[in-house]
Write a protein that binds this ligand. Structure first.
Ligand SMILES: O=C(O)CCC(=O)C(=O)O
Ligand SMILES: [Fe+2]
Length: 361
């Protein structure tokens, strides 16, 4: 556990996802067990199959190579239309305080010819991948191994959603109808060792407490450790799409440390799952501490379609536009980025209200 933190060490339940999720008593029971685990613990693990292990390893190699590149080369990986690309340590803001995470965000890589880019949809544009790595050992680009790994993660995401549908007892497709051409994305992260920061944030803090925005967070970490999560509690209510949950209970007791375990991915829930289930499943607050060694992580977000308008699964009143929530969160986290400046300058935010950007499926 990172020094200076006081937390219970989690002992997470591990599930092995079936390749094909079907309407069988076994898969329904697995779905129910997963729901119960999230409601009690806020997090669970899925075992990584051999294909996933290989893809994760290749992606990790690409990540380490990228972060070793000179600062100016990394800093050039930005785009004025998409929030994809590089974020230096000390650049991201959570609840008004700088985070020490160094990040490459991967968002849908859309060419300028894509109709949504042409129509200036907020957050839509190309992913500013770094140039191919100069040395040639096993991996020559960052894009290929990261995208291959994300495709595998996307398959796990769809399996999980189908199991959750069974576990909740809602009809098939209640969740997966939202993820057609989902706005899935990934953060490739590096955390410096706690004694190797630039002094712009809080000592020992990697990322402040927050919830993530979509349906599922599927993450993998190296052997260093730094992640803490907050299990659901009756007496703590939040709804990040209404009022920011960033900074929530950051200094309070009650956090659980997520120890690194080889060959698993951790899975917890995002804001949209909380909205759809009306708090039956809640987004899991989490935060990251800096350890004595640098740490490498992948956080993959399995999301609704950008244009999706979500409605509570029980048929009750209400509707929430995912693309608006996503845009709000990125504008808040990166107020000074060129992407935010252009979005504001070109009034792209107003487009979120337009009919073509809203899909009522
Ligand atoms: O470092 C981790 O394990 C999680 C990172 C995280 O919370 C994020 O990227 O949103
Ligand atoms: Fe997160």
């Amino acid at each position: 556990m990172p020094p200076g933190y006081n937390a219970k060490v989690g002992n997470l339940q591990t599930f092995t996802l079936p390749a094909d999720v079907t309407d069988t008593p076994g898969h329904r029971a697995m779905g129910r067990a997963m729901i119960q685990t999230w409601r009690q613990e806020g997090i669970l693990q899925i075992s990584t199959d051999s294909e996933g292990q290989q893809l994760q390893q290749q992606a990790m190699e690409a990540s380490r190579r990228f972060f070793r590149r000179p600062s100016h080369e990394k800093a050039a990986c930005v785009d004025s239309q998409s929030y994809a690309g590089y974020i230096a340590s000390g650049e991201e803001i959570t609840d008004g305080i700088a985070d020490y995470s160094e990040i490459f965000t991967v968002l849908k890589d859309l060419p300028p010819s894509d109709p949504r880019v042409q129509a200036q949809w907020p957050c839509h544009g190309p992913c500013p991948w770094p140039p191919p790595f100069p040395d040639r050992e096993t991996t020559t680009t960052m894009k290929a191994p990261i995208e291959a790994y994300m495709t595998w993660l996307g398959r796990q995401g769809e399996r999980l959603l189908r199991l959750i549908e069974y576990g909740l007892g809602v009809s098939e497709g209640s969740l997966t109808r939202y993820t057609r051409d989902g706005w899935h994305h990934q953060r490739v992260l590096r955390f410096p060792a706690r004694n190797a920061t630039n002094g712009r944030g809080k000592t020992g803090r990697g990322i402040g407490s927050h919830t993530d925005y979509g349906l599922l967070v599927i993450a993998s970490q190296d052997d260093v450790g730094g992640l803490f999560i907050r299990p659901p509690r009756q007496d703590e209510e939040f709804a990040n799409w209404e009022k920011s949950a960033a900074g929530l209970r950051e200094e309070d007791d009650g956090w659980v440390y997520v120890p690194p375990v080889p060959d698993v991915h951790t899975v917890f829930l995002g804001d949209m799952m909380q909205y759809l289930t009306k708090n039956h499943l809640t987004a899991t607050p989490h935060k990251v501490g800096l350890n004595t060694r640098e740490r490498f992580v992948f956080a993959y977000f399995h999301e609704p379609n950008f244009a999706a308008v979500l409605k509570p699964l029980d048929g009750s009143e209400g509707a929430l536009h995912y693309g608006t929530h996503f845009t709000n969160m990125f504008m808040r986290n990166y107020p000074d980025r060129i992407t935010t400046q252009r979005l504001v300058r070109e009034n792209r935010y107003d487009k979120l209200a337009e009919r073509e950007l809203r899909c009522y499926s």
